[in-house]
Design a protein around this ligand. Structure first.
Ligand SMILES: [Zn+2]
Length: 180
């Protein structure tokens, strides 16, 4: 049986952890969410803004991919890689509208809590929170794309003009350029 991914590159940002389930080997992209087992391992490893379902099946995987794919395209479009498509906007907004919430004042200065309207099931609630994270991530000026071989990940820049998500990617990109 194929090994489940290790997810060691995830960095604890929900929207990016969702998008970065597509990863490069060399310059070839791979979808790492290909089975409910993959999804189960990702749910354990990723930063989640709401509780995860205890178990997941093929239908749950399809629901996650139905958010992940348009979310990935919009986040890439936000950094100038591809068009901002109305269909993707509609798909992410449909996930938000399926489990709407209001933000309330939290228990410390600057803190907010999220109150769903109604009683959504666990997965739609999680997907709506992830969609909200994607909406917010797409608006961040520090969102960036690492174009290095073996990466192709979205990340948040720590400084302006930062081209790679980290030094190993910068090194790999330089080696690839010298080899070309
Ligand atoms: Zn990188």
């Amino acid at each position: 049986m194929r090994a489940v991914p290790t997810w060691t590159w995830l960095e604890g940002h929900p929207a990016l952890d969702l998008a970065n389930t597509v990863k490069r080997t060399g310059m070839q992209e791979h979808d790492l969410l290909r089975s409910p087992r993959d999804l189960d391992s990702w749910l354990d490893a990723a930063a989640l803004p709401a509780p995860r379902p205890e178990t997941v099946d093929e239908a749950d995987l399809a629901a996650v991919i139905a958010l992940r794919d348009p979310a990935l395209r919009l986040l890439r479009a936000a950094v100038g890689r591809g068009p901002w498509l109305a269909a993707d906007v509609g798909a992410v907004n449909a996930v938000l509208l399926a489990a709407p919430e209001i933000e309330l004042v939290g228990d410390a200065p600057g803190a907010r809590t999220h109150q769903p309207l109604g009683e959504p099931a666990v997965l739609p609630r999680l997907l709506a929170r992830l969609a909200a994270e994607v909406r917010d991530a797409a608006a961040r000026p520090d969102l960036a794309f690492c174009d290095a071989p073996g990466c192709g990940q979205l990340f948040y820049r720590h400084r302006t003009n930062q081209a790679w998500c980290g030094p190993p990617c910068g090194n790999r990109a330089r080696v690839a350029r010298h080899g070309a």
